[in-house]
Write a protein that binds this ligand. Structure first.
Ligand SMILES: Cc1ncc(COP(=O)(O)O)c(C=O)c1O
Length: 396
């Protein structure tokens, strides 16, 4: 953990609000990923980074363990290819236009690739006819539904409809008979392990139930992923990649022999949701707002700060105060769009204009709030790096 006064001194001339990344902590998280990834390659989830310089830094530090990007939009993927990246796996299906497909075709002449995510025959038909129209062969990846279905409960996400081997056979037959489609990979994302925290605010019993559901789910995940991969290999031979996992399932996913790469994004910044897993990462990405009013001796109002994360609306999605750590948000108002009252549990001296440092619940979303982030190393500001937003990219 940083020291409040050191951070305050370091950023004394920087106008608030601002965000910053501590590269020493990012390095610690890279080591953490490499220590746990065994023989798996790493694919970086761009939605959780949203900053080209950070992506380049991660790519260079992961070196031969790096295996491309997992992107979230075709325009974003094209923008990344244009900025020096070579291999994007679109993590989410999207209908692409003729213009986008033509731009992709141009990049493919320089061996740059976007692998498109697929989960239905309808998507295959659309790509096949687009391929015929522009004389281009598409690289594709199939998404497996790894959720656990119990009576009255879906433990997982509602994304891909593909969960029976028969459904995969239909898709494989279609692809095998197509001149325009090539199956490059299979993805199975175990959202109920990677995206569900081990420690919640709902109490010990709830956490025990989640832990039990995760254990039950793991067996099913390993066996379905293995069966689908074996079936795919019986049709197409070795594929380019088999992808699984996320920051929250590092160990469980890396123990699966049927995948050869794991996706990691959020773990590098370690937004505060990622403290709530066994074996956590180190926080490396923060933002600061200033004290703008003193309401009482121990009650202050911050100027802004209410960056709430997406997903189901609960308290976990609010920011967390990092420093000074005696501060808590006011329960009535929480974090507001322009004002956020905070209360100190102990006597504290804060002047108007002093910074308060916070952490976002989700990693990439913070980058949509700032044009640039300050980069610190060994407690010195060494650079500022433009975010997607700073590059003028408003994607999703
Ligand atoms: C398809 C897919 N893979 C992997 C991940 C993991 O990303 P992260 O490491 O940023 O949590 C996600 C996150 O939602 C995802 O949707």
């Amino acid at each position: 953990m940083h020291d409040y006064n050191e951070l305050k001194t370091l950023f004394r001339d920087v106008p608030k609000p601002f965000s910053f990344i501590d590269l020493d902590e990012i390095d610690r998280n890279i080591d953490h990923v490499l220590d746990h990834s065994q023989d798996k390659k790493i694919r970086i989830a761009t939605k959780s980074i949203r900053n080209i310089s950070v992506l380049k830094y991660l790519k260079s530090m992961l070196a031969h363990n790096y295996n491309g990007l997992m992107t979230f939009h075709i325009e974003e993927s094209l923008y990344l290819l244009d900025n020096g990246f070579e291999h994007c796996l679109m993590g989410y299906p999207q209908k692409i236009s003729k213009d986008q497909a033509l731009r992709l075709k141009t990049f493919s002449k320089n061996n740059k690739k976007i692998v498109l995510m697929i989960d239905s025959i309808e998507q295959l038909q659309q790509l096949e006819s687009l391929g015929e129209e522009i004389d281009f062969n598409f690289d594709i990846c199939i998404d497996i539904d790894l959720s656990l279905k119990l009576p009255g409960l879906v433990f997982g996400v509602l994304r891909s409809p593909l969960r029976e081997l028969g459904a995969f056979e239909k898709l494989f037959n279609y692809i095998k008979n197509s001149k325009r489609l090539k199956l490059n990979g299979i993805m199975g994302y175990e959202a109920q392990i990677a995206g569900v925290t081990d420690y919640s605010q709902k109490g010990f019993l709830f956490d025990c139930i989640i832990s039990w559901l995760k254990r039950v789910s793991t067996k099913k995940i390993y066996s379905l992923r293995e069966n689908v991969v074996n079936l795919a290999k019986s049709y197409f031979g070795e594929l380019e990649f088999i992808n699984g996992g996320g920051s929250g399932s590092l160990e469980m996913s890396c123990a699966d022999k049927s995948i050869d790469e794991i996706t990691v994004g959020s773990g590098f910044y370690c937004s505060h949701l990622f403290d709530k897993y066994k074996n956590p990462f180190s926080p490396s990405c923060f933002y600061a707002v200033e004290v703008s009013r003193k309401n009482q001796d121990n009650v202050f109002t911050l100027h802004g700060g209410g960056y709430i994360a997406s997903g189901s609306c609960d308290l976990l999605k609010h920011p967390e105060i990092y420093l000074p750590n005696s501060l808590v948000p006011s329960k009535n108002e929480m974090f507001g769009e322009v004002q956020s009252p905070v209360i100190s549990k102990e006597k504290i001296k804060l002047e108007l204009g002093d910074p308060v440092f916070l952490r976002h619940a989700k990693a990439g979303e913070l980058m949509e709030r700032f044009n640039k982030v300050y980069i610190i190393k060994e407690m010195k500001i060494i650079d500022t790096w433009s975010t997607y937003r700073g590059d003028g990219q408003c994607i999703l």
